[in-house]
Write a protein that binds this ligand. Structure first.
Ligand SMILES: Cc1cc2nc3c(=O)[nH]c(=O)nc-3n(C[C@H](O)[C@H](O)[C@H](O)COP(=O)(O)OP(=O)(O)OC[C@H]3O[C@@H](n4cnc5c(N)ncnc54)[C@H](O)[C@@H]3O)c2cc1C
Length: 295
């Protein structure tokens, strides 16, 4: 039986400004809560030692997906179900929608949020590799002002980010992809539902006007390093090349060589390296067939 050791106070403001004031007043003493699907499990044993809770559930602005001419803005409290179902996300960022659909179970997807997935910063967080591949930026807000941080600078270790205690993650912005941009998301785990990824891959390839020459490419992986990573060597290898002339096996080998995953209960280092190569080849084949059927 757990005993309360400190009094507990709970705030659920309706405005971002109010939330920022509360955060700045209580600093490290306060815990931000979104869907609670990571937090309440992690903190179960220490639940009554958290003095103050800041719940974001009443801030409507954080639950919106807004589309602009060149970018989309996703509120930090947007749930995985919203991401999965949103027509705009499906149209412009299909692999983000697919990754959200692969998370946990319907209950977890209904409560869990994009902001929670990001700030929790698990190396196996499913949205992280797709967000990096789509060049996401995170809007961090405090009463001091705002900072826009690229996804690849935000994560600094397992469950570690550059977010400061007085800052909230409020929005995630993604540039709208150009026409003839193709994507592939592959998550490998031990079973079909409620799995934590053993390895996950997000590949985005932008083709030039001719739909034959690679204009840009990003391949990001989850669960192979302390943070999600991009394999930048792939980008250098493929830009300017004809897609039909790419050597998929060689590109898969680069991915295998560039990662140094660890052994854990979900898979050995060797298994992960082997799988990384194979899913890279599969992703390239999938993009190849999507490119050929482009109308
Ligand atoms: C059964 C189960 C299955 C799961 N399956 C998966 C899975 O398949 N894939 C996967 O990636 N994850 C999975 N998860 C983990 C979890 O559901 C997700 O990471 C989810 O996105 C977390 O979001 P949340 O809103 O619940 O975060 P919370 O638990 O509320 O918060 C997580 C962390 O982020 C902080 N935080 C949240 N929002 C903000 C914000 N806007 N600004 C600043 N800090 C913030 C909190 O303080 C906390 O430290 C699973 C969890 C469970 C319990």
């Amino acid at each position: 039986m757990h005993q309360r050791t400190v009094p507990c106070q709970y705030f659920a403001p309706q405005k971002i400004e109010e939330a920022l004031e509360i955060l700045s007043k209580y600093g490290k003493e306060i815990k931000v809560i979104a869907g609670g699907t990571d937090l309440l499990i992690q903190y179960y044993d220490r639940l009554y030692e958290v003095g103050y809770w800041l719940d974001l559930k009443n801030i409507k602005e954080l639950k919106e997906i807004k589309i602009y001419q060149n970018q989309i803005e996703i509120g930090a409290m947007v749930t995985h179900t919203q991401l999965e179902k949103s027509e705009d996300i499906k149209k412009y960022f299909p692999i983000l929608s697919q990754a959200a659909a692969d998370i946990g179970s319907p209950q977890i997807r209904n409560r869990g949020t994009i902001g929670g997935n990001i700030v929790n910063a698990s190396p196996a967080g499913d949205l992280l590799a797709p967000l990096m591949a789509y060049d996401a930026q995170f809007r961090l807000l405090s009463i001091q002002g705002e900072k826009l941080v690229p996804a690849e600078e935000f994560f600094i270790g397992p469950k570690k980010t550059i977010l400061e205690s007085a800052q909230l993650l409020t929005q995630i912005t993604l540039p709208l992809p150009k026409k003839k941009t193709y994507g592939c998301w592959i998550k490998i785990g031990k079973r079909k539902a409620l799995i934590i990824a053993t390895i996950a891959l997000a590949l985005i390839v932008e083709m030039a006007e001719d739909n034959k020459t690679v204009k840009d490419a990003r391949i990001c992986l989850g669960s192979v390093a302390p943070t999600p990573i991009e394999i930048k060597e792939i980008r250098e290898k493929v830009i300017g090349k004809k897609f039909s002339e790419l050597d998929f096996n060689q590109l898969g080998q680069i991915v295998e060589d560039k990662i140094s995953p660890i052994d854990d209960i979900r898979g050995t280092r060797e298994y992960r390296k082997d799988v990384a190569k194979n899913i890279m080849i599969n992703a390239l084949e999938e993009i190849s067939s999507a490119r050929r059927s482009y109308k």
